[in-house]
Unconditional design. Structure first.
Length: 195
């Protein structure tokens, strides 16, 4: 017994055990959502489209007031003072009566154009994701739009909108708002993924 306990104090064994524990927690299917105390209506929306929410537990994110405007009603919003980043989420189940039914490219582009500034010098960039990214998001279609937001939507200098679509489920938007892109931006773009 002393030999086993003595070996556990070895730095390599401790490191391996920590890695195994971390992997076990991640693979066990334990949801990190419960640790964030998400509002019930947002949790129901996520479940209705079978979407996984990756909580940014490594920072100081706190729920913020939802921002309702003419273009988009947030289902959930959170912000980090440390990262100087705001995240807004909008989940839209697919319904046959919707004018954008099975047309995610039109729905997302229309929303991006409505949220982006109309100033003459404002530019909107569109990023198409490759097959590996689609597999990562478990989506049938995905785009990212980067633009300067309308002041009625946000007073931040930049916005990124990640739009994910899964046929038969719907479309999920993650909107990232910032003045200067934090180092964590790429990871936060993965906040929503289909299961």
């Amino acid at each position: 017994m002393r030999t086993i306990i003595g070996n556990l104090n070895c730095p390599n064994v401790t490191s391996v055990m920590r890695t195994i524990l971390l992997l076990a927690l991640l693979l066990s299917g334990t949801s990190l959502v419960a640790q964030m105390d998400l509002p019930p209506h947002f949790t129901r929306l996520l479940d209705s489209l079978d979407i996984r929410f990756t909580a940014p537990l490594d920072s100081d994110y706190r729920e913020t007031l939802r921002h309702d405007n003419d273009y988009l009603i947030d289902d959930y919003a959170m912000a980090s003072r440390r990262e100087k980043l705001e995240l807004r989420f909008h989940i839209r189940p697919e319904t046959e009566g919707d004018r954008y039914y099975q047309l995610p490219h039109l729905a997302a582009t229309t929303l991006a154009m409505n949220l982006s500034s109309n100033d003459e010098d404002a530019v909107t960039a569109v990023h198409s994701f490759g097959e590996e990214d689609l597999e990562l998001f478990n989506a049938d279609w995905a785009r990212m739009y980067t633009f300067r937001p309308k002041r009625s939507f946000s007073d931040r200098e930049q916005a990124q909108m990640v739009a994910l679509y899964r046929e038969g489920r719907g479309i999920a938007y993650t909107i990232l708002l910032f003045d200067k892109a934090p180092d964590t931006l790429e990871g936060r773009q993965l906040s929503l993924r289909f299961r």
